[in-house]
Write a protein that binds this ligand. Structure first.
Ligand code: ADP
Ligand code: MG
Length: 320
């Protein structure tokens, strides 16, 4: 199949009509209208085969995940998704692979009313770069830099599932409902877009947990010139994780496991109850896990108040 047939295939499977797309796929550039009063939020993430997903991952899941991780960044800014571009590098022009990839991408594109407005298609080792564009009134955008001493720290959903799913894949084999849940969390993450919108004007700082809780909360602390203390016993765990992984082995997965794509945020303790109620009603409950303090760095405390030794830091490219 030739390059333009592949592009047509992707375009047909990902079709989402939006009035603000004045010119979509097919010209030298897309023409897009940003609504009055909104600021454009733009984010890019690349997924490289063998680095960001195992080489034998199903193409549907790769398509899903390549959009999900980008939507998660918009969620962390409190932005509403609108458009995406897709730079796809494929080893060969495999129509069946590309169709399945586009179908996975399209599930989330439809769910979040996101139009694919352009991209690039090239030959080479499998790699996917998605750029997403969303809208947020500038004064409402959630940044990493607003955390205040005395804030409570929260996280949506559960932690450690995706890392446990990856460990399962590298282990003896996968069978059963709990295993399937962990694998789905790895391969088909749920971007917390609705929750990000609920945090507008309420959270003081926000980030999505892509590299691990301690590492990503560390980014909030660094940007806000504060520190944080986390209570190990408060970290939310899924029934699947609790059922399959012993307590000790859960600790590094929950503190340093990547790929969960939950939102970690800080807010004034006075609004915690109302905020938690609203988030629970949105379909994804959040949990209060700690507090913002003046002393820099992220510290984790066990039930008896003792400090938990920091697990290996979150994922970093180029680290030795
Ligand atoms: P150009 O040569 O002008 O850069 P291309 O031939 O690369 O344009 O692409 C033709 C059209 O198809 C453009 O509108 C481009 O944005 C779009 N396109 C190319 N690859 C993809 C893709 N993987 N997904 C979505 N749109 C794509
Ligand atoms: Mg051109």
């Amino acid at each position: 199949m030739a390059e333009f047939a592949l592009i047509d295939l992707i375009r047909a499977r990902c079709a989402v009509a939006r009035e603000d797309v004045r010119l979509g796929i097919g010209d030298d550039a897309a023409l897009l209208a940003v609504p009055a009063g909104q600021t454009l939020a733009v984010s890019t993430d690349t997924l490289v085969s063998g680095v960001h997903f195992p080489k034998d991952t199903a193409p549907f899941d790769i398509g899903w995940k390549s959009l999900a991780v980008n939507l998660s960044d918009l969620a962390a800014m409190g932005a509403t998704p609108a458009w995406a571009t897709l730079a796809l590098t494929l080893p060969d022009a495999d129509a069946a692979w590309t169709a399945a990839f586009a179908d996975g991408f399209a599930v989330l594109a439809r769910e979040f009313d996101l139009a694919l407005v352009g991209g690039d298609t090239t030959q080479g080792p499998l790699s996917i770069t998605v750029t997403v564009h969303g809208f947020v009134p500038e004064s409402l955008a959630l940044r990493r830099s607003g955390a205040k001493v005395g804030d409570a720290v929260f996280v949506t959903g559960t932690l450690g599932d995706a890392a446990a799913g990856l460990a399962l894949l590298q282990g003896p084999g996968v069978a059963g409902k709990a295993q399937e849940h962990l694998l789905a969390r790895l391969n088909r993450p749920t971007p917390r877009v609705a929750q990000g919108l609920l945090l507008r004007a309420r959270a003081h700082a926000c980030i999505d947990v892509s590299d691990g809780l301690v590492a990503d909360l560390g980014h909030i602390c660094h940007a806000s010139a504060v520190g944080a203390e986390i209570d190990l016993t408060l970290l939310p765990a899924s029934p699947a994780l609790l059922g399959l992984v012993a307590a000790e082995a859960r600790v590094p997965l929950q503190l340093a496991g990547g790929d969960d794509y939950e939102l970690c945020f800080s807010a004034a303790p006075a609004i915690a109850t109302e905020l938690l109620n609203d988030l629970a009603r949105s379909g994804c409950a959040a949990t209060r896990i700690g507090r913002i303090v003046a002393e820099p760095g992220v510290r984790v405390r066990a039930a008896d108040g003792s400090l938990v030794a920091s697990p290996r830091p979150g994922w970093e490219h180029f680290s030795p």
